[in-house]
Design a protein around this ligand. Structure first.
Ligand code: ATP
Ligand code: MG
Length: 571
């Protein structure tokens, strides 16, 4: 394609509205334009990237055995009523009426439609398992559409749904989708991790998020530097080393600690390390109260606590509530003698020998406190928050907290939708059973944006080869030199004949402008063709990512470029 005939409206200035790199660069490099908040037009270069991504996704989904279909964006209210989601979804669901005042939603996701399809068409175990997928536009009235393609209100998604006879089958389908996703993001040339994830609003029992690692990501994930362990921070676990084995000392001893409340104050005052303290916090989940114990040097992970209460929101109790429920002044609460209340403890308190806790009396603490000798708990759980440097629960390696962008999500759904939409089948044993489901999504625009967040420099985008709108850009410098021009034309045709996607910068612009634009739009390989070298039949190859330059004879160019493309294919 000739640059002069392509619509690439690059901008010199940073657009004011762009808060993140990918948004800024997609606008500046002329890939997208905004129509309204969270709603974008894809320009020629932008659409080429989207098509590349979609092609990779289609190929891998097909290989995994999923079948492509296309469902409508307009979905009648009645279907949403059957699952209850017309009400549950809230304002994020875009609602429209037809001329007869019938209500529809613009699909934010398609469990209702696809399960309805399967309810109507699948009746026998012989038709299972089946996985359907589509690449289609989704609508979500996000509270804060932002960051360009990252969080739009209209956006492309690949969504897939699996249907199986039983749990075991559903797990196999889940694993197939998981494998397909690994291949997709690998082929895209992205650094990513599949992380254990919360099951969130859709519900279900098993879930991974695919995270592209980037400093600008909004999600925190714990990753192991030695093995493949990766988890959303809200669920991350760590391996706890046993604290050194002191001998049990004498009985519990009450000591005066006037005005001494916080962990730092207590450990300073009593000259004990914080890992000797049994921190006791009073939490409430709805109307229920619980005392929560954790080692003094560790932090409580409220999501884990909330998960214990079935996802209910949890909050710290106030001073009056502490007095009423635990009969203790705030700051001096402890598990010894605590009655009539559930005590939940992190495993870390199990190994504290001769610990220190509040005495449930003003200005008093207890020394020589030991679990199972001086107090018991209702339940021992994993309630701690993981931090960088903690030990990996899988291999004891070192965990690091890094930032990521969620580009894909796989869920084992179970029976949630098959029950409400009556997706049943007749099994081999003649019994009618509910179909077990899974669902799997990839954000198309968000993946493209995440690729930029991960691959850019001060000059612009650095596309991974697999997603680049073109493999190669030819920057023709001396457009008035016939030798140079005809050499460039020859190279251009050779590339096209050999299936290399090439953009030919034939514009009447200064070299500086051409180089700046080529860097900005992020084409992985630049071929510079100028009069000085053209007389010797030579051209310059420059790699966008490294800035590395090599001079080659024109007849060797195709070979060299083919090699570079192959090396950077991403799989
Ligand atoms: P988030 O927590 O970021 O809102 P989600 O959990 O709502 O995401 P899913 O319902 O699992 O997302 O959708 C599947 C994929 O669609 C996500 O992994 C993400 O890549 C993409 N996606 C979700 N919401 C948006 C959006 N508003 N704009 C662009 N892509 C999105
Ligand atoms: Mg969302």
């Amino acid at each position: 394609m000739y640059w002069s005939k392509t619509f690439i409206p690059t901008l010199r200035e940073n657009p004011k509205e762009a808060e993140v790199v990918s948004h800024n660069l997609l606008l500046r490099a002329g890939f997208i334009r905004k129509l309204a908040a969270g709603i974008y037009i894809f320009l020629p270069l932008g659409l080429r990237v989207i098509h590349k991504l979609e092609r990779i996704i289609r190929e891998e989904m097909d290989v995994s055995g999923a079948q492509e279909i296309l469902m409508p964006a307009l979905i009648p209210k009645e279907l949403w009523d059957e699952t209850g989601r017309w009400d549950i979804y809230g304002p994020e669901l875009m609602r429209v009426q037809d001329r007869n005042k019938r209500n529809f939603a613009l699909g934010p996701t398609h469990e209702e439609v696809v399960t309805h399809l399967v309810h109507s068409e699948v009746h026998s175990y012989r038709q299972l398992p089946v996985t359907f997928y589509q690449i289609q536009t989704k609508f979500r009235d996000e509270i804060r559409p932002r960051f360009g393609l990252m969080r739009g209100r209209e956006f492309g998604m690949k969504d897939a749904y699996s249907f199986d006879r039983d749990e075991k089958g559903a797990e196999e389908s889940y694993n197939k989708a998981y494998e397909a996703y690994n291949k997709i993001f690998k082929r895209c040339g992205l650094k990513f991790r599949a992380v254990y994830a919360d099951t969130g609003q859709i519900g279900g029992s098993f879930s991974h998020e695919f995270m592209v690692l980037a400093d600008t990501g909004e999600d925190f994930i714990a990753v192991c530097s030695s093995c493949d362990y990766a988890s959303n921070i809200s669920l991350a676990k760590n391996y706890l080393e046993n604290v050194k084995d002191d001998a049990l000392s004498g009985p519990v001893e009450e000591i005066d600690t006037p005005g001494i409340k916080s962990i730092e104050e207590v450990s300073g005052f009593l000259k004990v390390t914080p890992d000797k303290l049994i921190k006791t916090l009073l939490y409430k989940a709805g109307k229920e109260f619980a005392a929560v114990l954790i080692r003094g040097d560790l932090t409580l992970n409220e999501t884990k606590l909330s998960n214990y209460f079935g996802g209910r929101e949890v909050e710290l109790a106030g001073e009056e509530e502490i007095m009423k429920v635990a009969k203790s002044p705030a700051g001096f609460i402890g598990p010894v003698g605590l009655k009539g209340i559930k005590i939940l403890a992190d495993h870390s308190i199990e190994n504290i020998i001769n610990g220190v806790t509040g005495a449930n009396k003003k200005d008093k603490h207890l020394k020589n406190v030991n679990y199972k000798r001086d107090f018991f708990v209702t339940e021992l759980l994993d309630l701690r928050k993981v931090k960088s440097g903690d030990m990996c629960p899988q291999c004891k390696g070192s965990l690091q907290i890094v930032k990521g962008i969620e580009v894909g999500h796989v869920f084992k759904l179970g029976l949630r939708y098959s029950k409400s939409l009556k997706a049943v089948f007749l099994d081999e044993d003649g019994r009618e059973k509910f179909i077990v489901m899974g669902c799997y999504g990839i954000g198309i625009g968000r993946t493209a944006a995440a690729a930029i967040e991960q691959n850019h420099d001060k000059d612009g985008i650095i596309w991974p080869m697999a997603l680049a709108p073109y493999h190669v850009v030819i920057s023709l410098l001396d457009i008035n030199s016939e030798t140079t021009k005809s050499l460039a034309e020859r190279c251009y045709r050779t590339f096209i004949k050999n299936g290399i996607e090439v953009l030919f910068d034939d514009r009447n612009e200064k070299p500086g402008v051409k180089f700046k634009d080529a860097d900005l739009i992020g084409i992985p390989v630049r071929i510079t063709i100028g009069a000085k070298r053209a007389v010797n039949n030579e051209v310059e190859i420059r790699i966008r990512k490294t800035g590395e330059v090599t001079i080659v004879k024109a007849e060797d160019l195709l070979n060299e470029v083919n090699k570079i493309i192959l090396q950077n294919k991403g799989s």
